[in-house]
Design a protein around this ligand. Structure first.
Ligand code: SAH
Length: 468
């Protein structure tokens, strides 16, 4: 008995055929990939400049699974979804294997496109969900999708038997492709609450990696974690603890941290970082300021309370982060003295952006390490050549300090979405290079407690533009 599941992804971004670059799969070819549980086929039902659709068809060989011992249930079980591995979990595995580069947000041919929000529509046919259409809506709606959900009757001739647990779901949103793929990667197995699916510690890492940037703020975060980890209480609790911290700051915490010299809680570190930025802005006499990669708007909140700052702009690539910033800042009901002083912009720091020109100062707080190394050169030009404010402040983790944090394994970065973390020498070399190339002077300082051996947890570069 075989099962199948079909995912199609359509874009109307122009030229729509860029989808082929984004997915690293040529629109003219049918490509097949052998997977441990069957075959994945990628093809394009349509591909022209205006609209392009890619399809990923999973053809699941349940008999093969049983034969190779991967199926643990009796061979007589009739449905694929009764097996230890479920159709939805297979779709996640296939997404990671067939579209792994796109899932990671990388694209060699069109690097900027990989991070750019584009008009996307995903349709899933034969999507199993034990929680009905309402669960599908609950999970995807907070992520900004509009959707249509069609149920199927168990039997057309007997409508009174009710619906089958299979749905055809269409999700529409404007977002970077890797975010859509990450949402599907995490949420498809969550919809299908198969209890026999075997999971281990590495599933926590996958959940955190693919949930980075959105899961911690999802209203059903705990439900997602609980079901993704297939109701394993110890795993779910470990994951939830780390997600709560992601919402607050970068560093994982551990409840038994009493013996360590430095507290792992870093609320205070984050606050200190932001206060230092405000202080630098004030000392410089900056009036019109930018917060680039503003996230949920914590720095903006401090800036808006200080009347020295006449014009404040926050920019971020993530619409979800901007929504949270909007909420935090109560943009809709700011007193009239504040309204107009503060604006939020959606954009990417790897694109030249005229809206950012003419400001006195820019802060880029804990953003650098989220960029692919291959995008650093564009970032440098956007900030130091095109935007070019007289004062630029950049902060980033000091990786040498990581062993002082409780709860970080050896070599583990502070956040699953970090592409790199630098030593003090690496940051200093980069900062001096940038200054030399673009005509700035830089001063480097530590933020947070200073350890005699490894320095401070955060490093901050204060770049001043040369007088020309
Ligand atoms: N500065 C904030 C948020 C840091 S988290 C703070 O200190 O609290 C990193 C932020 O950078 C995220 O909100 C992420 O969406 C944003 N980001 C990542 N890549 C970006 C890019 N290319 N352009 C703009 N923002 C980006």
């Amino acid at each position: 008995m075989n099962g199948f599941m079909l995912l199609t992804i359509t874009t109307t971004h122009q030229p729509a055929t860029d989808l082929g670059f984004l997915l690293h799969k040529h629109p003219d070819r049918l490509q097949s990939f052998p997977l441990s549980f069957g075959q994945a086929h990628v093809f394009y039902p349509s591909a022209d400049e205006d609209s392009c659709t890619a399809a990923l068809l999973l053809d699941i060989d349940a008999v093969g699974l049983v034969r190779t011992g991967r199926g643990q249930e009796a061979v007589t079980d009739q449905y694929v979804n009764d097996r230890p591995y479920t159709v939805s979990s297979f779709m996640s595995v296939a997404l990671a294997q067939v579209f792994g580069t796109a899932l990671a947000g990388r694209c060699t041919a069109r690097p900027e496109l990989a991070l750019m929000p584009i008009a996307l529509q995903a349709t899933l046919a034969v999507l199993p969900c034990d929680g009905g259409a309402s669960l599908i809506r609950r999970l995807f709606q907070p992520l900004g999708y509009t959707m249509s959900i069609e149920g199927t009757l168990l039997d057309d001739h007997f409508p009174e038997w009710g619906n089958s647990p299979y749905y055809t779901v269409t999700l529409t949103a404007t977002l970077p492709l890797h975010q859509l793929l990450s949402h599907l990667y995490v949420l498809l197995p969550v919809l299908d609450n198969e209890k026999h699916y075997y999971i281990g510690e590495d599933e926590i890492a996958k959940l955190l990696r693919h949930g980075a940037g959105w899961l911690h703020a999802h209203p059903d975060r705990d439900l997602i974690t609980w079901r993704y980890l297939k109701r394993s209480r110890p795993l779910a609790e470990a994951a939830m603890a780390r997600l709560v911290l992601e919402g607050e700051d970068d560093v994982p915490d551990s409840p038994d941290s009493k013996t360590q010299a430095h507290p792992a809680r870093t609320d205070s570190l984050s606050t200190e970082r932001l206060n230092r930025v405000v202080e630098e802005f004030r000392n410089y006499g900056a009036k019109r300021v930018l917060d680039l990669g503003c996230g949920e708007g914590r720095l903006l909140q401090l800036l808006v309370q200080d009347s020295t700052f006449h014009e404040i702009v926050g920019l971020d690539v993530s619409p979800a982060a901007l929504k949270r910033a909007e909420k935090r800042l109560h943009l809709d009901r700011l007193p009239s003295s504040h309204a107009g002083r503060l604006r939020l912009l959606h954009g990417s720091l790897t694109y030249r952006d005229r809206r950012l020109q003419g400001y006195d100062a820019a802060a880029i707080v804990e953003v650098l390490e989220h960029l692919d190394r291959s995008r650093l050169a564009s970032f440098e030009r956007v900030v130091f050549e095109f935007t070019r404010p007289p004062l630029v402040i950049v902060t980033t983790p000091n990786v040498e300090y990581n062993p002082r944090f409780v709860g970080l394994a050896d070599g583990q970065l502070r956040n699953p979405d970090h592409r790199f973390e630098w030593t003090r020498n690496e940051f200093s070399a980069w900062a001096h290079d940038v200054s030399l190339s673009f005509g700035y002077q830089v001063r480097i300082e530590g933020v947070g407690p200073t350890d005699p051996l490894v320095g401070s947890p955060t490093q901050m570069g204060v770049f001043m533009r040369n007088v020309s």
